[in-house]
Design a protein around this ligand. Structure first.
Ligand SMILES: Cc1ncc(COP(=O)(O)O)c(C=O)c1O
Length: 420
């Protein structure tokens, strides 16, 4: 397949679409992606997403499909499942979830009955929408109760967690997060769950790649029943979800994904996941995972040096949350817009017990998986910290912002985007 030829064809056949594509590529090259849930997937993965596997319907599982013509799809799905089990030391893997949200929904619907109680992290303290936000369907189907981050450092207070578990008697305890900058004490979660007879689920969507690279702890090593992760964040794969669980839950989880929740799996995505899991098992990926953490530390230090207040005071993973109201007297939306102006892409974020609404929250979320995938190091993160603080201190000074934008362009020009 001549990709350049196909691009020329697209330019001719659909100039509007082609223009949006090239503008997006330019945006990604020129700017710096600091949203912690985003990354550049491995360049080797991109061709598989556009491969012949996208043509194939494969409802069912390897060896048990509803349609014919499956020898090659069975091969790739089996490879993906085996690689996932090996990489994450899991007994069983389901690689079919189309993304992170159906992945979590499939676990709840497979292991619980509607109305059952689930104990999960409060959303403003770092939990994800799929951990029972009232606006989500899961929030309506199950009885979610909450724990918060009220420890001395703004970390989870495990004693309060235990008291809540004893009081509420949940069927499932969920840990994992979208904006919690601390490592999780999985062992303590498991002890608490055992005490109240609850199942355990860790949604490690954000840190899946860091666990794969052995830079952070693996909840499955602490006896968790289920671990879920998206494949497109720190793992650097295609968009998708993975469910890893104990053998005793395999049947219920598989039936919940298909036919319970989804139809035909996206086999191009599963091929890309299989390759991602191979690349994530290589020694280079361990270096990447460690560099992501080192870069997060360097960015946190630089921000603190510039008198920026970080929620929990710092980070133990790849993400940081800035209290923009306290640090700069502006809400997170305004801060995001100012940083967009200098081509630093971030996202507004609620902070624990935020008095402000989600569209105008008090914080901003940053992460280092994407800059690290571009090859940036700790010295570059020190520059990024300075640029952020400088822009947010002079949000109205157009000349100053233009100078900072030029600095961002000079920085990103030294680090090509993988695959572009
Ligand atoms: C912790 C967590 N779980 C689940 C998801 C959902 O993933 P998706 O957006 O692919 O549905 C996300 C996405 O940001 C997440 O951060």
């Amino acid at each position: 397949m001549d990709l350049n030829r196909l691009r020329d064809d697209l330019a001719e056949k659909d100039p509007d679409l082609f223009s949006a594509l090239t503008l997006e590529e330019d945006r990604q090259r020129k700017g710096l992606e600091l949203i912690p849930s985003e990354n550049y997937c491995f360049p080797e993965v991109l061709p598989l997403l556009g491969s012949a596997f996208t043509n194939k319907y494969s409802e069912g599982y390897p060896g048990r499909r509803y349609y014919g013509g499956q020898p090659n799809t069975d091969t790739i799905e089996t490879l993906a499942r085996e690689r996932a089990c090996e990489l994450f030391r899991a007994e069983h893997a389901n690689v079919q979830p189309l993304s992170g949200s159906p992945m979590n929904q499939a676990v709840y619907l497979g292991l619980l009955e509607p109305g059952d109680t689930i104990l999960a992290m409060d959303l403003s303290h770092g939990g994800h929408l799929t951990h029972g936000a009232p606006v989500s369907h899961m929030g309506r189907l199950f009885n979610f109760v909450r724990y918060k981050t009220i420890g001395a450092q703004g970390d989870i207070d495990y004693d309060v967690l235990e008291e809540t578990a004893i009081k509420e008697r949940p069927k499932l305890i969920v840990c994992g997060h979208s904006s919690y900058p601390r490592e999780v004490n999985y062992a303590r979660f498991q002890v608490i769950a055992d005490k109240v007879g609850a199942l355990t689920m860790a949604d490690v969507s954000h840190v899946g790649g860091l666990i794969a690279g052995d830079a952070l702890q693996n909840p499955l090593d602490h006896g968790f029943d289920v671990m879920t992760t998206t494949t497109h964040k720190s793992l650097r794969g295609p968009r998708g979800g993975l469910i890893l669980c104990k053998t005793k839950h395999a049947k219920a989880i598989d039936a919940s994904v298909f036919p319970g929740l989804q139809g035909g799996p996206h086999m191009n995505q599963i091929a890309a996941t299989a390759l991602t899991l191979k690349l994530a098992a290589a020694p280079d990926f361990r270096n990447y995972a460690r560099a992501v953490l080192a870069n997060a530390q360097a960015l946190a230090q630089s921000l603190r040096d510039h008198q920026v207040r970080l929620v929990t005071g710092g980070t133990e993973n790849h993400l940081l949350v800035i209290d923009t109201v306290e640090s700069f007297g502006m809400d997170g939306r305004r801060a995001q817009e100012v940083l967009d102006r200098i081509e630093l892409t971030t996202n507004k974020q609620v902070i624990p017990d935020d008095p402000n609404p989600p569209m105008r929250p008090s914080g901003l979320r940053l992460g280092t998986p994407a800059p690290t995938a571009r090859g940036m190091g700790e010295a570059d993160m020190a520059i990024v910290g300075r640029l952020i603080a400088s822009a947010l201190r002079s949000p109205e000074d157009e000349t100053h912002l233009a100078g900072l934008e030029a600095e961002v362009s000079a920085l990103t020009a030294r680090f090509p985007v993988p695959g572009l």
